[in-house]
Design a binder for this molecule. Structure first.
Ligand code: ADP
Ligand code: ZN
Ligand code: ZN
Length: 660
């Protein structure tokens, strides 16, 4: 009898055996339709066997083999196996996730009849490299096989130019390049740049904004080796690439590389595994590297390449911390900021005010009885959206109208408290009636189309003052933008999460870096009640290394990552007691396994305990040794599947969690 062992998209940490007539060796890696329960599922064949551990009468025959698709390559399967093992996730769910949605359902896209005609326009000329760019490229060009590089370059230093040249060299050798970028918002700009540089290359883009058929087509083009460059968000790390020669991860510190549900993988870390597996170089780029990556670069695991000068602009922007302790702010703005805005308006230059909070105000409140607009499903407030007169929960999407009077006491005197981008937009428009004020946040750029339109407006110089959230912070090059004002940043200084300072620094450095990127000199004003805070001081000096060293020192003292490795077991259920009880039981199991090397914390409710009517708790596991933690998790996660749980309870493991 012949048997195939199949990975199926089910939440169980096991594989399934089926009978098959004459399976051949090249069945491994093929997709197969098999009976499952009373239905049918699509699976991936991992092995062809002579024997099963199941009794023969229990084995059901496969339904059919998907012969239209060649077998997925062994290195792709090994990549899925690595993710399953490392992130403690069922292999069948991983391999299903790694396929584009259409293939997951066993469907094949209609193929393009012919290759798209190359040459969308003339090839964009590449500028002569700066000395620093040359040095970086030489180092990359000299490697053979795997090596991880950190390209640490200040904002505007021309990191993208280095990526493009490195890709050019790889294409010239007949290899494929994979380039990962943070999020969909930026990909169209970059796609344009890459296409202009390589008019003859076959470029495939992969992100959630690509329609299903195109995504599947791109996957097949990469798989069959026709694609030269794959450019995409985190999910593109799973593209099969037979001629892979280089991986680039742009803005490697970006939080969007970590998936926050299902398979909780870090695309950057998986990319490192992949570069090693395929023995090719990987280039991680950032102006503010993650402390993990920076630590590896300092300790010699990665090779550090630095770009200290901007490519075009004469200098870095002048960063000033505006002390607001003794000043009565006007609509949240200091005299210094208002004067700087006036100056830009008079000169016909653009300004950007960064406030990382969308909506009109974070809460609506009654001054008489203390009522506040609270989400009934989450431990969070409903945010006032005055533009469309709604109250909205930013965590679960719950919406209501804005009440005329206090729902508790009937008082008519209810007010929005605090300030979001909408309120700032209104205030700026009132203060500068002649200025064109443009708000850019997830509400005004709610679709890719609207977002593109906003960007076009900014580039065309049709806006004088931009008010925006972090959407505007990354990657953009607006030549006329010479002032960045930051308001309301202090709140993040004292957040409980140990990664909060790292995130704040990166965000402010990124947004400040939008200023003065071309020929006009730039200025950044950061309003703060803690002007002497070392984080702000390091920003003012453009000194990432000082900030990072100080943070790493603190983390080493406290035993936090990268000096320890962490995993979280999280549970959610209708009541937090159920969640805590599950974690307590899980901890009892863990205590039987954990040796000295693994530290188990107590189960605790999550900081925001209630979300979408579920109450959440978590249990932190930590070790100074990654192998020790991995070995522990492998056994523990098996035991977790056997624990009895209330039907409504859900749990998951998050390895290398980004938010505690
Ligand atoms: P980064 O990604 O490091 O923030 P970019 O790659 O966007 O910076 O480069 C900033 C600007 O400098 C872009 O307008 C880019 O076209 C330009 N640039 C990069 N390298 C050079 C160079 N060697 N000569 C001239 N201009 C360059
Ligand atoms: Zn009231
Ligand atoms: Zn809610």
């Amino acid at each position: 009898m012949s048997i195939v062992r199949v990975a199926l998209d089910v939440p169980l940490p096991r594989l399934f055996d089926y009978r098959a007539e004459d399976p051949a060796g090249d069945w491994v890696g093929r997709l197969v339709r098999v009976p499952f329960g009373s239905g049918e599922k699509l699976g991936l064949i991992l092995q062809v066997l002579d024997q099963s551990d199941q009794p023969p009468e229990k084995l059901r025959p496969i339904h059919s083999l998907l012969t239209e698709l060649p077998p997925l390559p062994a290195d792709w399967i090994a990549l899925c196996e690595f993710c399953a093992r490392y992130y403690q996730h069922p292999l069948g769910e991983v391999s299903s996730f790694a396929l584009p949605p259409l293939l997951r359902r066993g469907k094949l896209p209609k193929r393009r009849l012919a290759r798209p005609q190359p040459g969308r326009g003339d090839q964009e000329a590449s500028p002569p490299l700066t000395t620093e760019q040359q040095v970086a490229l030489m180092a990359i060009g000299q490697t053979r096989g795997f090596e991880a590089f950190l390209l640490h370059g200040v904002t505007g230093s021309g990191k993208t130019e280095v990526y493009l040249r490195a890709i050019e060299a790889v294409l010239a050798q007949g290899c494929q390049a994979l380039m990962l970028v943070p999020e969909i918002a930026l990909t169209p700009q970059l796609e344009g740049r890459v296409a202009a540089r390589f008019p003859d290359a076959h470029i495939v883009s992969a992100h959630s904004g690509v329609a299903d058929a195109a995504r599947a087509r791109g996957f097949l083009e990469a798989f069959e080796g026709q694609a030269d460059i794959v450019l995409g968000t985190r999910l593109s790390v799973f593209m099969p690439l037979p001629r892979l020669g280089l991986i680039v991860v742009d803005e490697e510190h970006d939080a969007s590389f970590k998936q926050q549900d299902g398979l909780r993988y870090s695309a950057r870390d998986v990319a490192i595994f992949r570069a090693k597996q395929r023995d090719v170089p990987i280039l991680l780029g950032s102006a503010t590297p993650s402390l993990e990556t920076f630590h590896h670069a300092r300790t010699g695991r990665y090779r550090l390449l630095t770009l200290t000068l901007r490519a075009v602009a004469a200098a870095m922007p002048d960063v000033r911390i505006v002390d607001t302790r003794r000043e009565k702010l006007q609509d949240g703005m200091s005299q210094a900021l208002i004067a700087a805005l006036e100056l830009r308006l008079a000169r016909g230059e653009q300004s950007l005010i960064f406030l990382n909070r969308r909506g009109y105000a974070p809460v609506l409140a009654c001054t008489a009885c203390g009522w506040i607009s609270h989400c009934r499903r989450c431990a969070a407030n409903l945010v006032v959206h005055l533009a469309d007169r709604r109250l909205r929960c930013h965590h679960c999407g719950l919406e209501t109208g804005i009440p005329q009077a206090c729902p508790d006491c009937g008082n008519l005197d209810i007010h929005p408290f605090g300030r979001g981008t909408q309120r700032l937009e209104v205030a700026l428009q009132e203060r500068f009636p002649e200025a064109r004020v443009l708000r850019v946040d997830r509400d005004s750029a709610s679709s890719p189309k609207k977002w593109q339109a906003l960007l076009a407006q900014i580039h065309a110089g049709e806006a004088d003052i931009l008010v925006g959230t972090q959407m505007l912070a990354k990657g953009h090059d607006f030549p006329k933008l010479t002032l960045v004002g930051v308001v309301g940043a202090d709140a993040a200084l004292f957040a409980a999460d140990f990664r909060a300072p790292e995130r704040l620094f990166a965000q402010l450095m990124q947004v400040g870096g939008r200023s003065g990127r071309a020929l006009l000199p730039g200025e950044v004003l950061i309003q703060s009640e803690y002007p002497d805070h070392p984080l702000y001081q390091a920003l003012a000096d453009h000194d990432y290394s000082r900030f990072a060293s100080q943070q790493l020192h603190e983390r080493e003292q406290a035993g936090f990552p990268p000096f320890a490795h962490q995993a979280l077991l999280r549970a959610e259920a209708p009541s937090v007691d159920q969640s805590l009880a599950f974690l307590a039981a899980a901890r009892v199991e863990a205590l039987k396994l954990a040796g000295e090397a693994v530290m188990l914390y107590d189960p605790v409710p999550m900081r925001m305990v209630r979300r979408m009517s579920l109450e959440r708790a978590q249990l932190l596991v930590e070790s100074a040794s990654r192998p020790a933690l991995q070995a522990f998790l492998a056994t523990w996660s098996q035991l977790l599947y056997e624990l009895k749980t209330p039907r409504e309870l859900r749990w998951h493991l998050d390895v290398d969690p980004q938010e505690l």
